[in-house]
Each structure stands twice: as structure tokens, then as C-alpha cells.
Design a protein around this ligand. Structure first.
Ligand SMILES: [Zn+2]
Length: 307
């Protein structure tokens, strides 16, 4: 078969479609770029396919989604086929916009106020996925990850869970009980997508717990946030049951509870002591080193003098 040197845009395009089916994405991309050079009509979806190819392995990259989005908005075509999957242009535009917003929101991190804002944004995104994508599968997951289980409804459930988890994180500093309620809601969503929700339940339990600090006697709620266990040995003499419902020690008497203030105070002091010991040990090691060096030099001098 003679190889044509001047392939027209349609031929290049047809070849590219076959190459995509075969998984030859780099070759397909080259053909598509040539086809765009020769003929980029209003219905041309070569740029869309290039955008799709470039999205491969970059599903967390906003720039890749934005390039694809530009191409999707530029074409007048209604749908395109990538490999074996037919994709509706209008719904792909929605999915790209949601994906960009989702990546941006996932990257939000910071103090409580930011986590609360992140939580609210995740809940709004969850609603949009359920309303605007619904039972459709997420095309990028279907095409690039072979995953047809991710529908808009399911993505929404996951984002609802993450949203309430973020609200819990943003609230726990000021109001552990409210944070426990948020974790409880998140647990419900986790169960709906088939997760165990164990991590949520543990936090519901931790955030709801209250102790009396062993050291200062203050009441603190929120295990792991406002009070901490410190491994200890509580001899029977010290185990008085005075009917006090708030405990200062673990049930097995292997730990005492310290409020955050006492805990961080003790930890910081212990760190300072450890640093002082470390500095002292290092200076002693250096002194020994210097003495050994001096002895080695003296030995060398002696050896040289006998030669
Ligand atoms: Zn305390």
C-alpha cells in the first residue's frame, strides 16, 4: 500500500480514532495536531480529543481540565467518541467544571475558618454532582480508570461525607460536641457508599468524651484535641473511687488524662530538658574527640621520630 504524503484532515482524524482505540495515544495526538493544522472547522473535535489525551494521568491537574474545557466550549459538535466511550459534550463541560472546583476545594487547608469554608464548599459541590450529573458515570473515571461505579450520585455522597468531616475539623477546637454531630452525619454518608465509617465513629466517640485533668482538675471535652492520655502507673493507693463521674485515669489504670494546657506544658518542658541533655552529651563527645586527636598527633610525631 502506497503511503500518502498528503493525507487530508479527515484521514488523519480517522487514523487518530483507531490509534486511540488501540491505546496509542502519543501517535494519535500527533495525527490530531496535524489534522487541526490542515482543517479546524467549527465541528472539529480534534482539539477535544487532544485535550482528553492530555488529561490522561493528570486527573488532579486543573490546567489539563481547563484546556479540555476550552476545546469543549469551542466546538459545535454535540458528542464525541473516545475509544469505546461516547461522551456528550454538554455533560462533559459540567463534569470538567465540577472537577476543577473539586480539585481547588480539596487543596484548601488552614485554620478552622478555612476548614469550615472548605466544608461548606464540599457540601455545595456534593449537591451539584447529585443534581447535575445524577446517575451518569464520571467520564474521566470511566475512560481513564476503567471505573464505571462513580456516578454523580455516588460522588455526591462521598463529598457530603468529606464536607461534614471538614466541618467537624473546623469546629472541634471550639465545640467538640458539635464536631461529634458532624462526624455522626459523615458516618451516615460513608456507610451509604459502602465504607465502614470506623474512623468517623471513633472520632464521634473521642470528641464526645470528657475528663477531669489529673494535674489541674479542669474539665476538658474532646479526646485527642483538648485532652490526652499519658501512659502512667497508678498504684492501688491512688485509685480512689469517690463517685466522681468524670475520670482522670483510663479504665485499666494504665494512663492518666491531661488537659491540653498541662499536656503541652509538660511536653515542652520535657523537650527543653532533653535538648539540654543532648547539648551536654554532644559537647562531651567533642571534648573526647579533641583529646583523641591530640593523642593521635602525638603518636604520629613519636612514630616519625623513630624512623
Ligand atoms: Zn490540666
Amino acid at each position: 500500500m502506497a503511503l500518502s504524503l498528503f493525507k487530508d484532515a479527515d484521514t488523519l482524524y480517522e487514523q487518530a480514532l483507531d490509534l486511540i482505540k488501540q491505546g496509542e495515544f502519543d501517535k494519535a495526538r500527533a495525527r490530531l495536531m496535524k489534522s487541526i493544522e490542515k482543517d479546524g472547522g467549527p465541528d472539529d473535535i480534534s482539539a477535544v480529543l487532544v485535550g482528553m489525551i492530555d488529561l490522561r494521568g493528570r486527573l488532579g491537574d486543573i490546567a489539563a481540565y481547563r484546556n479540555l474545557l476550552d476545546a469543549l466550549k469551542a466546538t459545535r459538535a454535540k458528542e464525541f467518541t473516545f475509544g469505546l466511550t461516547t461522551v456528550n459534550i454538554a455533560s462533559m463541560i459540567v463534569q470538567c467544571e465540577l472537577a476543577i472546583e473539586e480539585i481547588r476545594t480539596f487543596n484548601m487547608n488552614g485554620p478552622s475558618a478555612v476548614l469550615l469554608e472548605k466544608g461548606d464548599k464540599l457540601l455545595k459541590l456534593a449537591q451539584r454532582y447529585q443534581a447535575e450529573v445524577g446517575n451518569e458515570t464520571l467520564k474521566t473515571n470511566e475512560i481513564f480508570l476503567n471505573d464505571t461505579t462513580r456516578t454523580g450520585i455516588r460522588e455526591g455522597l462521598v463529598l457530603f461525607a468529606m464536607g461534614y468531616e471538614s466541618l467537624a475539623l473546623g469546629t472541634v477546637w471550639d465545640d467538640p460536641r458539635k464536631a461529634a454531630e458532624y462526624q455522626q452525619i459523615a458516618y451516615g454518608y460513608r456507610k451509604q457508599v459502602g465504607d465502614t465509617g470506623e474512623a468517623n465513629l471513633k472520632l464521634v466517640n473521642d470528641y464526645s468524651r470528657t475528663c477531669r485533668c489529673w494535674f489541674c482538675g479542669r474539665t476538658a471535652s474532646g479526646l485527642g484535641i483538648h485532652f490526652f492520655p499519658i501512659s502512667s502507673e497508678i498504684s492501688p493507693m491512688l485509685r480512689k473511687d469517690d463517685g466522681e463521674p468524670l475520670r482522670s485515669e483510663a479504665d485499666d489504670y494504665g494512663a492518666i488524662y491531661a488537659c491540653r494546657a498541662c499536656y503541652t506544658g509538660i511536653s515542652k518542658r520535657a523537650d527543653d530538658v532533653a535538648k539540654a541533655y543532648h547539648a551536654q552529651a554532644m559537647s562531651e563527645i567533642r571534648a573526647v574527640e579533641a583529646r583523641l586527636q591530640a593523642e593521635i598527633s602525638a603518636l604520629w610525631a613519636a612514630v616519625r621520630s623513630v624512623r
